[in-house]
Design a protein around this ligand. Structure first.
Ligand code: GLN
Length: 378
C-alpha cells in the first residue's frame, strides 16, 4: 500500500506518553488533566445510561446540549448561534477540525497554517488534497507577522487555520489580530477554522477574543471547541462546531459520514451540567496557580521562559543548557530525570533549532513541584 501520509509517523503524544509510562517518568508531555472531573458529571452520565440513553444521538447532536451551548455562548460572548442550524456536536474537536477542513478544501487549494501547529491540522489538509502554506511564529513571543501572512495569500488560498489560545505556545490573539485577519480575507473566498479548545483557560486577566466576536469573521468561520479541556474530560471526546447555517449544512454532510453522531449519554449529561453555575469561570485562576507553581519551581533553573498567556502548556527554552536537538533532549530527560515533555520542533514543518520544550501543567501540585525540582538539577 502506498501511504497517503508518507511523512507521518505515530503522533508525538502517543510516543512520549508511552515512553513516560515505560520508564515511570512524570508525564508532562501529552496534554490532559492529571486529576478527575466532577463526580456530579459522572453521576449524570450514569443516570442517563440507566435511563436508556444508549442508542444513536441525533446526527447534529442532542438538542438540549446544542441549546445549552447556544445559551452559554450568548452569555459568555454575546454572540447568538441558532442551535438548530448552526451548532453541531462532534466526537472531539479533532473530528470537528477534520470535518470543517474536509467541507472546504479541494485538491490544489492552499491552506494557511501558523506553525508551530497542532499536529492534526496538516494531515487533515493533505488528505483532502490541499496544500499547506506555512506562516512561522517564532520564540519568544510567537506573535503573528501580518505582513508575512498577506504575502502568502494567493488566488488559491481557500482556508486559514487559527488556534487561540495557542497550543503549544500559549499565545493568545488580540483584537488587533482579529482585525488584521478580517482585513485580509474581506471580499475573498477564504474560510476560517478557528480552534478555540482552550477558550476558557487564560491568564493574567486576559480575555479570549473568539473569532465569532468579530461580525465579519463570524460569517466565514467554523469555531471549534472541546468539552474535554473545559470539564477535565479529555477521554470522553466530545466537542463542537459553531458555524453559520450555510457552512453548517456542508459541515454536517461530512460529520454524518465520519461518525454519524456522538456518544449519547454524555451529551445528555453535559446538557444538564451546562445549566449549572459553571466551573469554567474558575478555570483561569485554577490553571494560573498551577502555571505559577511550576514556574516558581523553575525559577532557579537554567531554563528560560515567558509565562504562558493561556492554555495549559508552558514552553521553555533550554538554549543555555545544552545544544542537543529538542527531541533527543525530551527523550533523555524522560529516561534520566523522569520528566517527559514534548519537543516543540515536531509542530513545525520547517526544520528549526529553537531549542524549546513544552510542559503540560494540568497536573496535581505535588507532581508539578517534583517535576520542577528534577528539572532544576540540570
Ligand atoms: N492536545 C493534546 C496535546 O497537545 C493531546 C491530544 C492527543 O493526544 N491527540 O498534548
Amino acid at each position: 500500500l502506498v501511504s497517503k501520509l508518507p511523512n507521518v509517523g505515530t503522533t508525538i503524544f502517543t510516543v512520549m506518553s508511552k515512553l513516560a509510562a515505560d520508564t515511570g517518568a512524570i508525564n508532562l508531555s501529552q496534554g490532559f488533566p492529571g486529576f478527575d472531573c466532577s463526580p456530579e458529571l459522572v453521576s449524570l452520565v450514569d443516570r442517563y445510561m440507566r435511563k436508556g440513553a444508549n442508542q444513536y444521538a441525533p446526527m447534529a447532536g442532542v438538542p438540549a446540549l446544542r441549546e445549552a451551548l447556544a445559551q452559554k455562548t450568548l452569555a459568555h460572548y454575546n454572540v447568538g448561534y441558532d442551535s438548530e442550524t448552526e451548532i453541531t456536536i462532534t466526537s472531539g474537536a479533532t473530528e470537528a477540525i477534520f470535518a470543517a477542513v474536509t467541507a472546504v478544501v479541494r485538491p490544489g487549494d492552499e491552506v494557511l497554517v501558523f506553525e508551530p501547529a497542532y499536529d492534526s491540522y496538516v494531515p487533515a489538509i493533505e488528505l483532502n488534497g490541499g496544500i499547506p502554506v506555512y506562516v512561522t511564529l517564532t520564540p519568544p513571543d510567537y506573535s503573528v507577522d501580518w505582513q508575512a501572512v498577506s504575502e502568502k495569500i494567493t488566488d488559491k488560498t481557500r482556508l486559514i487555520l487559527v488556534n487561540t489560545p495557542h497550543n503549544p505556545t500559549g499565545r493568545v490573539w488580540t483584537t488587533d489580530d482579529l482585525s488584521q485577519l478580517a482585513g485580509l480575507v474581506r471580499d475573498k473566498d477564504i474560510w476560517i477554522v478557528s480552534d478555540e479548545v482552550y477558550e476558557y483557560i487564560l491568564f493574567d486577566g486576559r480575555t479570549h477574543h473568539s473569532l465569532m466576536t468579530h461580525p465579519e469573521l463570524r460569517e466565514r468561520t467554523f469555531v471549534v471547541g472541546s468539552f474535554g479541556k473545559t470539564y477535565h474530560i479529555t477521554g470522553w471526546k466530545v466537542g463542537y462546531c459553531l458555524a453559520p447555517a450555510d457552512l453548517t449544512v456542508e459541515f454536517r454532510k461530512i460529520h454524518q459520514y465520519l461518525t454519524f453522531s456522538t456518544v449519547t449519554p454524555i451529551q445528555y449529561a453535559l446538557a444538564d451540567y451546562l445549566q449549572q453555575p459553571d466551573h469554567y469561570t474558575q478555570l483561569p485562576d485554577f490553571y494560573q496557580r498551577k502555571r505559577d507553581l511550576f514556574l516558581a519551581g523553575l525559577a532557579q533553573s537554567r531554563f528560560q521562559f515567558k509565562p504562558a498567556e493561556g492554555s495549559f502548556f508552558q514552553t521553555v527554552s533550554y538554549a543555555t543548557i545544552t545544544d542537543e536537538p529538542d527531541y533527543d533532549l525530551a527523550v533523555r530527560l524522560t529516561r534520566e530525570i523522569g520528566v517527559a515533555s514534548i519537543p516543540v520542533s515536531v509542530f513545525y514543518n520547517q526544520k528549526n533549532d529553537y531549542k524549546i520544550l513544552r510542559f503540560c501543567f494540568a497536573k496535581e501540585d505535588a507532581v508539578l513541584e517534583e517535576a520542577a525540582e528534577r528539572l532544576s538539577q540540570l
